[in-house]
Design a protein around this ligand. Structure first.
Ligand SMILES: NC(=O)c1ccc[n+]([C@@H]2O[C@H](COP(=O)([O-])OP(=O)(O)OC[C@H]3O[C@@H](n4cnc5c(N)ncnc54)[C@H](OP(=O)(O)O)[C@@H]3O)[C@@H](O)[C@H]2O)c1
Length: 271
């Protein structure tokens, strides 16, 4: 696994998201056991950064239970606050600690900038108390990027989470240069465009030019493309299939510039 730093903390270049994939009924053994296996595969393959949110239904609970079944000390947990109001924010964060069965959250993010003016002092306070490691923001709508960048400029933000992939390169013009200049970490949501650029291709992409790098699948090519921008800390693809964790972990490969160009042209040809 390739590692990247935010402040003094190291994170794997490929982590895992839990939107939709972990919003399942934990009381059904055959359903929970698949999520448990996914988390076990994360542990075995260095995919130790796991991202969730109170917005994702039962995901925080299922993730917390599965981490307990494995070795909790191996994982770095990112989650979010997604509500309005001071008291409601505190209650939601308390609930996340409880569902995730942890006393420390590595990255706590304000989900889609919701009520950020209220939550930012709360998160800064939790960081000062040592209950969280980093203060983050997530933002997925380009019309909100100017507001996100203004919050980044307060100097109180350690990480952002934005969509970035071989076709959606909107953040390259302004968001990523600002993150780089302020040494703000960048987590990448939707690195596979919700799976579309792997599962919905019209024709099969040519993996030939990537074989010397050790890239064997198109998902690996797309993840390698994302994390080869060195401003990126970690891409966090979600999956409901335990076998894909190892596959995705092997996408944590630094790719030369000319091959990034090839992966982009090849994706455009195949979609
Ligand atoms: N505003 C926000 O804060 C925000 C918004 C969006 C996302 N996020 C975070 O970012 C994470 C990732 O985004 P996302 O889940 O929307 O999109 P994504 O990671 O781009 O795509 C997930 C989809 O890709 C498929 N997939 C994963 N690995 C694969 C592989 N090796 N081969 C083929 N298909 C593969 C999965 O299907 P299978 O289940 O079949 O593997 C899944 O349906 C989320 O889970 C969440 O944690 C945050």
């Amino acid at each position: 696994m390739l590692f990247r730093k935010i402040r003094e903390m190291e994170f794997p270049a490929v982590g895992m998201g839990t939107s939709r994939t972990f919003d399942v009924d934990d009381s059904i053994p055959e359903v929970f056991s698949v999520r448990n296996k996914i988390v076990e595969e994360c542990q075995n393959n260095g995919v130790t950064l796991v991202d969730s949110s109170p917005m994702y239904g039962n995901a925080e609970k299922v993730l917390g239970l599965a981490i307990q079944e494995n070795d909790p000390s191996k994982f770095q947990i990112a989650t979010k606050v997604w509500t309005t109001g001071y008291r409601s924010g505190l209650d939601q964060i308390d609930n996340s600690f409880s569902l995730l069965k942890t006393e420390y959250i590595h990255i706590l993010q304000i989900h889609n900038l919701v009520d950020w003016k209220t939550h930012l002092p709360t998160l800064t306070g939790l960081k000062d108390e040592g209950k969280i490691g980093l203060v983050g923001l997530t933002c997925m709508t380009p019309s909100d990027y100017p507001e996100m960048m203004n919050i980044m400029k307060t100097g109180k933000i350690d990480s952002i989470q934005i969509p970035y992939n071989v076709i959606n390169t909107r953040v390259e013009s302004d968001v990523l240069p600002l993150a780089e200049s302020m040494e703000i970490g960048v987590l990448v949501m939707e690195p596979l465009q919700k799976g579309k650029y792997v599962k919905d291709l019209r024709v099969s992409p040519d993996l030939g030019p990537l074989s010397d790098l050790g890239i064997k699948t198109w998902a690996q090519a797309l993840l390698s493309w994302v994390i080869s921008n060195e401003v990126i800390t970690s891409a966090i693809p979600a999956t409901s299939n335990p076998k894909r964790i190892k596959e995705n972990s092997l996408g944590a490969i630094q790719m030369p510039k000319e091959l990034r160009g090839f992966v982009k042209r090849e994706t455009e040809r195949c979609i």
